[in-house]
Design a protein around this ligand. Structure first.
Ligand code: PLP
Length: 429
């Protein structure tokens, strides 16, 4: 067949405007998205000829950068034998290899892996595991989840219900979603008074709660807030005392971003259920995973349904499994710890003095995450232009200008990202 003719950038933009939804997009005319032609290393190559450093890792995912030869080769090699097969009644080496690695690198009691196709689905599956855990024991009243305000767990219905109902991304849906139990977001420093509130709330709702679900150490898209990892130990104890399941959503924090392989490792705490996604595939393909303990798996399997009632069409896609294993091998053989620590240091040095500006409410850095919080929401058009003109791709939201760059960023790349953040902040002075 003759090669398909390439679309020009203006043709792409026209089709996009007429026919495509973007994340949280509108069909009303607005600022068009930036057309990107290719990506390599830490850079996005734009159709207008500019090449910019990606400060977002495509939303926490592309930790090794783009077009990494090892990841490219993993996909190509897997493509040579099998792009996809159904996972009902079939299994394959890419899934087995990845499952074994995930069991090996996650906290010890997590031994069983459910492969999902997105982070939101991983949270849905975690919630379903928790519900089935109680139903499996003949207890039908324990259906709600307790969570922190200020969280973000995804965009399907159950994750939406455990996002912040007050001012969070899904606040406009309150009254429609399953009703969950909320406690305030944890303070940055460990505070026994806050732990007492947590404990009281759990005790008050104990008989209706199936699980506690939180983002450990970093609340991401709900506000880019950090908190002391000691709260994870408190949660573990409280859940144990009340016989509750503990779910950690490490879809954003997993795979080294906070300075430990998993945020739970800061506190040496193991949840009963763990959600992973985003950087799992090194940002190459859509894939997530929900892990649980043997105990949870056994109770579900012995329960009235006898099965975990979930089975996506593209479950355990071999290409995604193969590239995930390759990404985890890169982490295992590389110096992600040093890279993340170096990025943190660079961001701390580069952003600290912004704290003195009147339009800046806070500057915070943890692991390879840098956040500048303004005193008012950013103007997205102004912010995008300011960042791109500095050579960086950034995607602020609300009052937050932030970066979680690929681990492979050079000091020059990080200088460019810092310059981009500074330009966005300055443009809002
Ligand atoms: N959980 C957390 C902590 C996230 O940050 C996200 C995405 O930003 C999700 C869940 C949802 O993942 P996905 O966008 O892959 O559905």
């Amino acid at each position: 067949a003759p090669p398909t003719p390439r679309l020009r950038a203006d043709e792409i933009a026209a089709i996009d405007a007429a026919a495509i939804w973007h994340p949280y997009g509108s069909a009303r005319p607005g600022t068009p998205p930036v057309v990107v032609e290719s990506a390599a290393g830490t850079r996005l190559h734009l159709a207008d000829g500019r090449s910019v450093v990606d400060g977002m890792s495509s939303w926490w995912a592309a930790v090794h950068g783009y077009a990494h030869p090892v990841l490219d080769a993993a996909v190509t090699e897997q493509l040579g034998s099998m792009a996809h097969v159904m996972f009902g009644g079939l299994t394959h080496e890419p899934a087995a290899r990845l499952a074994q690695t995930l069991v090996d690198i996650t906290p010890d009691p997590l031994r069983r892996v459910f492969f999902c196709d997105s982070g939101s689905v991983a949270v849905e599956v975690a919630a379903k595991m928790a519900l089935q855990y109680w139903r499996g024991q003949g207890i039908h009243g324990r259906t709600r989840m307790l969570t922190w305000r200020g969280g973000y767990h995804g965009d399907t219905v159950t994750p939406m219900s455990v996002c912040d109902p007050d001012g969070g991304m899904h606040a406009q849906w309150s009254g429609v979603l399953p009703e969950q139990v909320f406690v305030p977001a944890p303070p940055v420093e460990h505070d026994p008074a806050y732990v007492a509130v947590l404990e009281e709330t759990v005790a008050a709702h104990r008989d209706e709660l199936a699980a506690v679900i939180v983002e450990p150490v970093v609340q991401g898209a709900g506000g880019m807030r950090f908190h002391d990892s000691a709260y994870l130990r408190d949660l573990r104890r409280i859940c144990d005392d009340h016989g509750l399941l503990l779910i950690f959503d490490e879809i954003a924090t997993g795979f080294g971003r906070t300075g430990e392989m998993f945020a739970a490792d800061h506190a040496g705490v193991a949840p009963d259920i763990l959600c992973l996604g985003k950087a799992l595939t090194g940002g190459y393909l859509t894939m997530a995973a929900t892990l649980c303990t043997d105990h949870v798996a056994q109770v579900i399997s012995d329960g009235e349904m006898g099965v975990l009632a979930h089975g996506p069409t593209f479950m355990a896609n071999p290409l995604a499994c193969a590239v995930s294993s390759a990404s985890l091998s890169l982490l295992a053989s590389g110096d992600w710890r040093g890279q993340v620590a170096g990025i943190g240091e660079h961001l701390r040095d580069g952003l600290a003095d912004l704290r003195d500006l009147p339009q800046v409410a806070d500057v915070r850095v943890l692991g390879a995450i840098g956040v500048v919080q303004l005193t008012r929401p950013v103007d997205m058009d102004v912010a995008t232009t300011a960042a791109l003109d500095s050579g960086a791709w950034l995607r602020p939201f609300r009052d937050l200008v932030y970066t979680m760059p690929p681990y492979v960023c050079s000091p020059d790349d990080l200088d460019t990202i810092v310059a981009g953040i500074r330009a966005v902040v300055t443009a809002h002075g």
